[in-house]
Design a protein around this ligand. Structure first.
Ligand code: SF4
Ligand code: SF4
Length: 60
């Protein structure tokens, strides 16, 4: 599945919410930096909805 994730790293506060919400463990947080594994992502958009900063946009 092709997924394009528009992630605005400069507004991410490293809260971990997206990591905890992702059902397929496609997101990891290392030293307050978020990394996406696009090959795992199933486009559920939970991370986009849960992010308090609006830092994530999952594109169709
Ligand atoms: S859209 Fe869903 S599967 Fe993809 S990274 Fe976000 S929470 Fe994980
Ligand atoms: S939910 Fe948003 S602010 Fe929190 S770690 Fe994820 S991208 Fe960053």
């Amino acid at each position: 599945m092709h997924v394009k994730i528009n992630f605005k790293s400069y507004i991410c506060v490293g809260c971990d919410s997206c990591v905890l919400m992702c059902p397929v463990n496609a997101i990891t947080l290392i030293n307050f930096k978020v990394f996406f594994d696009c090959s795992k992502c199933i486009k559920c958009k939970f991370c986009e909805f849960v992010c308090p900063m609006g830092a994530i946009e999952i594109q169709d």
